[in-house]
Every structure is written in C-alpha cells, then in structure tokens.
Design a binder for this molecule. Structure first.
Ligand SMILES: C[S@@+](CC[C@H](N)C(=O)[O-])C[C@H]1O[C@@H](n2cnc3c(N)ncnc32)[C@H](O)[C@@H]1O
Length: 286
C-alpha cells in the first residue's frame, strides 16, 4: 500500500462537497485559495491505495469530483510518503444514531446499547462508509424502512460494509456485499467478521448484479448518479416484481437522470430523502 497526493481545483461553490467526499474516501484534506483562479479553491488530499490498483482509485475520485462539478476537472496526482492521516480523522468520530434503531459505533469507542438498539461496529479503514456522510445515513434510514426478515439483499459498492451489516442486523437472511475496489472488499470483510456475520453477509469483488444465483428482494447502491443509471437494467433483472432498489450518492442536480433510468426500467419511486445537496430514492419494481 502507498499514498497518493491529489490536487484538484474547483469553484468555491463546490468546495465543501468535494472536501466532504475526499474525507469520506479516507483522505485528510487541505484547502487553499487557488490564486490564479479567482473564486476557486485548491483541494489537496492524501489517499491510501492498493499497490495493484492506483489508477482505479484515481478514477473513482475523478468520477466523484466530476459528478459534483458537472464538468471535467484537472487533477494532479503524485505519489506521497507515508503518513497516518486516519488518526486525526478517527478522533472526531463518536457513536451516533441513524433512524430509529441503528447506532454506528467506531470500533475504538465505548457505547452502552439500549434493548432495541442495533449496533454497527465499524472501522472504515481505507474504505468509504463510516456513516457520517449524508448519502450513507439516508441509505441506512431507507434500509430500516424496507428490509424485512428473511430478505435477500444485494449491496453494490459496499465500501466499509456498513449497509450490508445494517441489512443483516435488520433481519435479512442473505446479504451479498460487493465492491470493485479491493481495499473496500478487504475492509468490508473485516467489519463483517467483527459482527460474526460471515455466514449471512458474503463479501465479493465486482458487482454481481449479472451473476446472482437467486433473485434479490432488495438492492442498495450508494454510488454516483452516472454509475447508478448504468446499474438500473441489471438491478431490474436481479429483482422480482415488488422488489426494492434503494439508491443514493445522487446530487440533487443529477436526480433527473436517475429518475429517468429508474422509470425506464419499471421502477416506481416510493420514497425520497434529501439532505443538503444529496438525494436518496427508493424504487419498487412494478
Ligand atoms: C460512496 S461508496 C459507498 C460505501 C457504502 N456503501 C456507504 O454507503 O457508505 C461507493 C463504493 O462503490 C464502489 N463502486 C463504485 N462503482 C462500482 C461498481 N460499478 N461496482 C461495484 N462497486 C462500485 C466504490 O469502490 C466505493 O467503495
């Protein structure tokens, strides 16, 4: 594993959202005015990457940033010396509640649960998904609303595994947790094992949508809008009529393209949550 130092210049209006995404992708973040571009900010982050797959990490980061800015961005990428940015970041993270019953507890913090609480002990490690990002929190709330005991759930882009673990704690019989990033697959596997859920939550690389051996009752994906639209046809095939597709990672200005792709694949939108610029939708397969 090594670190990449990445600079990106964005208009000031996008500064907070891009910084937040850098943070959630496991990076420390520095911001400074980009002097040659008035009204623009240079955002610098340090990202841990797998030795085999640096280009993939850069591609994921680029997708996120361009999804926010709505246009191609110039990114400068350098290899950086080791530094443990995760330590300062970890200190800020405390147990917190999402929805009615779910509690997110960082592994290194203490928490006394109530009788009804479902505690997700998470170490995001090098993957997205410590629960603080609005898109993750909204997916958790929608899972609470839609997961029923015995369901087969597919979590596409599992990151830290947080949504897959939540689905299992909410009663899903089988959860497939998949990600194209090998660091996420490793981190999710560790988080699932910590909950003794390895029998019910199966972590795999890839997206599995095309090769699932049994129909799913619910698919959840917290990925940028463009990727969600690409996933819609396969999600429609994986789900029986009446099945649910929960999607987030959608900026409000991109909501239209996701709604269109859902409608084109016979999903009727049943729930919409919004927080800041982010949107989550739940569709039912007709
Ligand atoms: C924003 S993170 C979501 C993590 C977690 N599910 C959450 O809600 O906090 C998106 C994840 O999707 C993965 N990903 C992106 N495109 C994918 C695809 N086409 N198939 C599988 N995984 C994908 C990324 O590697 C990343 O781990």
């Amino acid at each position: 594993m090594f670190w990449l130092e990445i600079d990106v210049v964005v208009a000031d209006e996008h500064r907070d959202v891009v910084s937040n995404v850098f943070f959630e992708l496991g990076s420390g973040v520095q911001e400074e005015p980009a002097s040659i571009h008035s009204g623009a900010t240079l955002i610098r982050g340090w990202f841990p990457v797998d030795d085999q797959q640096p280009e993939q990490k850069v591609l994921v980061i680029r997708r996120w940033v361009e999804n926010i800015t709505g246009q191609p961005v110039r990114m400068e990428v350098r290899r950086a010396s080791d530094r443990d940015w995760t330590i300062a970041w970890r200190e800020g993270l405390k147990p917190f509640r999402v929805g009615e019953r779910l509690v997110i507890k960082p592994t290194w913090e203490d928490f006394q649960p109530g009788a009804e609480d479902l505690v997700i002990e998470i170490d995001p490690g090098l993957a997205f998904g410590c629960g603080t990002h609005p898109t993750t929190a909204m997916c958790l709330k929608l899972l609470e609303r839609y997961v029923r005991p015995g369901m087969v759930v597919l979590d596409v882009g599992t990151g830290s595994g947080i949504l897959a673990i939540a689905a299992a704690l909410l009663g899903a019989a089988t959860v497939w947790a998949v990600d194209e990033d090998p660091l996420a697959v490793r981190t999710a596997g560790e988080n699932v094992a910590r909950h003794n859920l390895t029998g019910r939550v199966r972590v795999r690389s890839g997206n599995l949508l095309d090769e699932l051996s049994e129909p799913a009752d619910l698919v959840v994906a917290n990925i940028v809008a463009e990727v969600l639209t690409e996933l819609c046809p396969a999600a429609a095939t994986a789900l029986e009529p009446g099945g649910f597709f929960i999607v987030s990672g959608i900026l409000d200005k991109r909501e239209d393209i996701v709604r269109r792709a859902l409608a084109a694949n016979d999903f009727r939108i049943e729930s919409r949550l919004a927080e800041g610029e982010w949107v989550a939708l739940a569709g039912v397969k007709e």
